[in-house]
Design a protein around this ligand. Sequence first.
Ligand SMILES: [Zn+2]
Length: 61
Amino acid sequence: MKRKICKQCKLFYTEAQCPNCKSEQLANGFKGRLHILDSKTSHIAKELEITYEGEYAIKLG
Ligand SMILES: [Zn+2]
C-alpha cells in the first residue's frame, strides 16, 4: 500500500485519514524523514510537539 504524507502534521500513514490529526490533506512531496519511536522520551518529539509515534517528513514540498 502506498504511503501518504499528512500535510498538517507531516506523518506518514496508510489509513484513509491521518491517525494523528484526522486530516485528509496530503502533501505532494517531502525532504528528509524522521522516526519518532517514543514520543515521551524523545527530545525531538517534544520540540516538534509530536505525541503520536511514527515516521514524519522533516520538510514538505
Ligand atoms: Zn496529520
